[in-house]
Design a protein around this ligand. Structure first.
Ligand code: DGL
Length: 276
């Protein structure tokens, strides 16, 4: 007899990020797919990925995939642009047929192609994401005339991690970046870092409607839903809410306290060292 568990629909969705920033994407997935159980891994021991080498991010990503595969995840979502830029292809190869893999970049590139053909679009992200040039390469491959203006904004992740948003300090930093000549004349700004949805309202206030600020979380959550539906792997509705698990490779109370801001509710973080 084929049960839901043997068919794989009851297996969880694995999500990882360098820390708790990816909880903004996890939140969108939980809203879009309320019956799915999530296993989240935040590699807080190695934060920030945005300043790390490609080789280091690849090694961390593979280690995390081992953890998620041991939890029988049916799909692994790389909820970090820096890791998607550095390790998406490697993770796909490594995971093979054991799970589907979704990254942050391809769904968003498709979205930009559909809505901004022939128009100037800005992008902000970490040094790793912008330096990899991966968004430009993929957007250029679409051949739809999207003119990408990419700027690394390394101060924004530590600023958000330290709780500096919705205030004067963050306003000044955001203004300094958004007024940078690289971003002049854009029609839309792509938030290519999973921390940035938290400062989306401040960016919208800065632009006052003249530039659309694109938070990719919902687009990526839709891609996850479509990928699972295509393989008939969507979880069946249940009467009780799914029990999500949240792991971090290094634990501090401040991470746990910040989960409310990123996930919309405080979650209990479990310590799971990557290297013993
Ligand atoms: N959340 C990561 C991203 O989307 C950035 C944080 C980091 O540098 O680790 O790129």
């Amino acid at each position: 007899m084929t049960t839901a568990a043997t068919a794989g629909t009851a297996r969880p969705i694995g999500i990882f990020d360098s820390g708790i920033g990816g909880l903004t994407v996890a939140r969108a997935v939980a809203q879009r797919l309320p019956h799915e159980r999530l296993v989240y891994f935040g590699d807080t021991a190695h934060l920030p990925y945005g300043e790390k080498s490609t080789a280091a991010i690849q090694a961390y990503s593979i280690k995390i995939c081992d953890v998620l595969l041991r939890q029988h995840c049916k799909l692994i979502l790389i909820a970090c642009n820096s890791a998607s830029a550095a390790a998406y292809e490697l993770v796909r190869e490594y995971v093979g047929s054991k799970a589907q893999v979704v990254g942050m970049i391809d769904p968003v590139v498709q979205h930009v192609g559909r809505h901004y053909a022939g128009r100037p679009v800005g992008l902000i992200g970490t040094k790793q994401t912008v330096g990899s040039n991966i968004y430009r390469k993929k957007i250029d491959q679409l051949d739809l005339g999207v003119d990408l203006h990419a700027l690394a904004t390394p101060l924004l992740v530590p600023m958000i991690e330290e709780g500096f948003f919705n205030g004067r300090v963050s306003e000044e930093i955001i203004r300094a970046y958004l007024d940078h000549p690289t971003l002049h004349g854009i029609d839309a700004l792509l938030l290519a870092c999973t921390h940035f949805p938290l400062i989306k309202p401040q960016m919208e206030a800065h632009y006052q409607g003249s530039v659309a600020v694109l938070d990719p979380s919902d687009v990526v959550a839709t891609t996850v839903a479509e990928a699972l539906a295509a393989r008939q792997l969507l979880a069946a509705p249940a009467e009780t809410a799914p029990a999500h698990h949240f792991y971090v490779s290094d634990f501090t109370r401040s991470f746990e306290e910040s989960t409310r801001i990123f996930f919309g509710q405080e979650v209990q973080l479990e310590h799971y060292p990557l290297w013993e």
